[in-house]
Design a protein around this ligand. Structure first.
Ligand code: GLC
Length: 434
């Protein structure tokens, strides 16, 4: 029986804090209609209109190794793949249903392909698993908040036995925890209305998951969703408490702390455009520069950053996603140490960017340059052992310029004569404190 133990909890969370940056992949049948992963619900699409996508699913450009190498090159340390989304389609060879990728023309166990490829690149792996299931006959239909047939009284819930669905979904989770090697994260999605906690028989589920996958970390969505923190934050952890909080498409303005002011583990999951699953007409991609600065902001507030890619119906990453990931990777080549294992600094946010910190090493992320020498509010000269530009590891000496002689109580750094920062998006100054 699982019981929360703080020391054990902190031990299993260590890699998560070190990793900081992960890739989320939303892939499945919904990539073919290409209107996002909620297309069945949004359009109240009957199953018979969705089934053709099952019969035609054959992503010819699917390349798990390419996906994993792209994640690795972008500086990601873990990869989370949808094993089953709300539509109930299983990307793994489950014995519980025929509604699975191995029964499509594609024929492969996508979970196995992707997890094997990710591990081969040295990435930690996780699986997203939807507690919702719009395919299963015993899952609530009429009157449910989300089901595609929620408004159609022909889909009454008479005869639906929810306990049968519980056995079904828990059997699938057992398969995933038994047949696919070591899992580092299980990313459940999501609790709503009365369907939360023991309504999912979550204690039984978590005891099974944690016995099959010792050391695994779980998100908080057996209890809540992107809304709500969960029982650990409230200081009263249930057996199925989340190990981390999962804000979605936003960054908690002040990070997340419990009622005692202790920092909590959280991971914001972020879409590059406005959809998790592939959406052909959603070209509202965030710029690479914005994504980088949001990554830095998340770390500066003590969180992880899970960046999503929604491959298209051919299994290819959208070109905008490839551009963003390549931009991130280029920056991480020089600056990754200012992300991995870093977190919030006790210093106030600097005027020209953000701080991330790891022990006695402070990283000043400059999104713009100061006019003249760079002021470091709150840091005394005597505290600084050294300061360098990570860009070329060139020294940034303490400035002795007369221009700031009226401000002897403020430390200024000399970044050299060139006014434009070497990296216009984020130039990092590594400050080693005594
Ligand atoms: C929300 C969406 C779901 C998506 C998840 C990712 O729960 O409903 O489609 O997979 O966010 O965090």
């Amino acid at each position: 029986m699982y019981q929360y133990n703080k020391a054990e909890y902190l031990r299993r969370m260590q890699w998560f804090r070190e990793a900081r940056l992960g890739m989320f992949i939303h892939f499945g049948l919904y990539a073919i209609p290409a209107r996002g992963e909620w297309v069945r619900s949004n359009e109240k699409m009957p199953e018979e209109d969705y089934l053709p996508f099952f019969h035609h699913f054959n992503p010819k450009h699917f390349d798990a190794t390419q996906w994993a190498k792209t994640a690795k090159a972008a500086g990601m340390r873990y990869l989370i793949l949808t094993a089953k989304h709300h539509d109930g389609f299983c990307l793994f060879d489950t014995a519980t249903t025929d509604y699975k990728s191995t029964n499509t023309p594609f024929g492969l166990d996508i979970v196995r392909e992707v997890l094997d490829a990710a591990r081969a690149e040295g990435l930690r792996v996780g699986l997203y698993y939807s507690l919702l299931d719009w395919h299963h006959p015993d899952y609530p239909h009429y009157g449910d908040r989300n089901h595609p047939m929620r408004s159609d009284e022909r889909h009454t819930n008479a005869g639906r036995i929810f306990s049968r669905y519980i056995e079904y979904y828990q059997s699938q989770v057992r398969e995933l925890c038994s047949n696919y090697g070591k899992l580092d994260i299980f990313w459940f999605d999501y609790s709503y209305d009365h369907l939360r906690g023991e309504a999912w028989e979550a204690t039984r589920l978590v005891n099974m998951v944690r016995s099959l996958q010792p050391g695994i970390i779980l998100n908080n969505r057996l209890e809540v969703s992107g809304e709500g923190y969960g029982s650990l934050a409230e200081g009263n952890p249930t057996p199925y408490h989340g190990d981390f909080i999962t804000p979605e498409r936003m960054i908690p303005p002040e990070g997340i702390r419990n009622q005692q002011g202790e920092e909590l583990f959280w991971e914001t999951c972020v879409t590059m455009n406005n959809n998790w699953g592939y959406c052909r007409d959603d070209r509202c991609f965030k710029s690479p520069e914005m994504i980088l600065r949001k990554l830095v902001e998340s770390i500066s507030k003590g969180g992880n950053f899970l960046l999503n890619v929604g491959p298209d119906g051919n299994g290819a990453f959208p070109p905008e996603a490839v551009e963003i990931l390549s931009f991130l990777g280029k920056w991480m080549e020089t600056n990754a140490e200012s992300i991995y294992g870093c977190g919030r600094s006790s210093l106030s946010k600097p005027e020209f960017g953000r701080y991330t910190q790891r022990g006695k090493t402070l990283y000043l992320h400059l999104f713009e340059n100061a006019l003249g020498p760079l002021p470091l509010l709150g840091i005394r000269k005597e505290e600084i052992e050294s300061a360098v530009l990570l860009h070329d590891y060139s020294q940034c000496p303490i400035s002795t310029s007369w221009v700031h002689s009226d401000y002897p109580h403020i430390t200024f750094l000399d970044l050299g004569p060139y006014p434009n920062l070497p990296d216009q998006t984020d130039t990092v100054v590594k400050i080693t404190l005594k």
